[in-house]
Design a protein around this ligand. Structure first.
Ligand code: BG6
Length: 369
């Protein structure tokens, strides 16, 4: 049931704080240590892992892109993210020390299932991050980490995406704990930060009307670009995918640093460009780099639609529209920054009179290769 919302997608966007909270629930023991009960792989095997490969398709693959930044940072294990259908047919280097993480909402995506089978044939252990209980991929994996997003009906994924990022982060923290990369108090601080996210996601949803109004005014757009850096890059990719899927608008996401190496040629007068701005409190001058990127595209006529952290006054001078999100640690920001992009795509598609739950040509789960 749509629970009073106009569409399943709208309902599922509103379900997101709960989806993240439920995915976090019950994952620690009395001492506060992470315990992932459903992870039935020998600890010695997990300690010996020297490479992680995330395989997935569509939105699920972007959750893997986000998780790569966190898992590498926390665990110091190299993480590759690959589309399942590309992984399967390229003779990937996989062995007993490789941990393959298959991410899938349905648990039935044939491309992902084939990648899982191939990885296990090569001796790798496979953990699947899955939303649908009793589906095929968890049955064929060595272990499963369930996302508890509840049933997702709308074809375009929303709450499953946030739950997938959350579950992959739990896996990363668990591995960091197991392998001694992090002190227990660091893990518990990170878990507290994660547990704070549902409330902040709720805030972003409550601010959705401004996003909707902006989307309605952009009904005639025929091309929209999305820029991000670091974890904001996969958020940009996901924002573009949502717009393609729902509104049938040509949309593309780029790493903002790549702009000057090509995509900036696309910018002309009035071109809408979403920019995901990292926290100004983060390290590595990411923030000032992206401010320069905004200036560059603005100077060429772009209409800049900026997602920025509360209190980030530096963006004010360069943004045509600002969608504010609560403050959060850099690695957790994707759980907030993607929400306005989901709402934007849904509202624009609705303004065009399109069916947001059942976009043309798409299926919720694709069980053919
Ligand atoms: C696509 C769906 O076909 O499959 C996407 O339309 C989804 O929304 C992708 O992200 C992967 O599906 P799953 O079930 O493996 O996460």
């Amino acid at each position: 049931e749509k629970g009073g919302f106009d569409s399943f997608m709208d309902k599922e966007i509103h379900d997101q704080p709960q989806a993240v909270a439920d995915t976090l629930r019950g994952r620690t023991d009395a001492s506060g240590a992470l315990v992932l009960d459903d992870l039935r792989i020998d600890e010695s095997v997990l300690r010996a892992v020297n490479k992680i490969i995330v395989v997935a398709c569509g939105t699920a693959a972007y959750s893997g892109h986000v998780a790569k930044y966190a898992i590498e940072h926390w665990c110091r294990i190299p993480v590759e993210v690959e589309l399942a259908h590309e992984f399967r047919y390229r003779d990937p280097i996989v062995d007993e020390k490789t941990l393959v993480v298959a991410v899938t909402q349905s648990g039935e995506t044939m491309d992902t299932l084939m990648a899982v089978r191939h990885a296990r044939e090569q001796g790798a252990k496979v953990i699947s991050i899955v939303n649908t209980h009793g589906s095929t991929i968890p049955r064929e994996s060595d272990a499963v980490l369930y996302t508890h997003a509840g049933p997702e009906i709308a074809v375009a994924s929303t709450k499953a995406f946030l739950a997938q990022i959350t579950a992959a982060y739990l896996l990363g923290l668990y591995l960091a704990q197991l392998r001694g990369n992090k002190f227990p108090d660091e893990i518990s601080t990170l878990l507290d930060d994660l547990r704070d996210m549902p409330r902040k996601i709720q805030t972003v949803i409550e601010r959705g009307e401004y996003v909707r109004a902006t989307a309605r005014s952009m009904e005639d757009s025929d091309k929209v670009l999305f820029l991000g850096r670091h974890v904001g890059f996969p958020v940009a990719l996901e924002g573009a995918l949502k717009l393609k899927e729902l509104a049938y608008i040509h949309a593309e996401g780029f790493a903002a640093g790549e702009l000057k190496h090509g995509p900036i040629a696309l910018i002309d007068e009035g071109q809408p460009v979403f920019v995901v701005v990292p926290s100004p409190r983060g390290r590595d001058s990411l923030h000032s780099k992206i401010i320069s990127n905004i200036q560059e595209i603005r100077a060429r006529g772009a209409r800049t639609l900026v997602i920025a952290e509360d209190g980030d006054d530096a963006v004010r001078g360069y943004a045509d529209e600002i969608f504010w999100i609560p403050k959060a640690p850099t690695l957790l920001q994707p759980l907030l920054a993607v929400v306005p992009l989901q709402i934007f795509a849904m509202a624009l598609a609705t303004a065009k009179g399109l069916d947001v739950d059942q976009p043309r040509n798409l299926a919720k789960s694709v069980t053919v290769e």
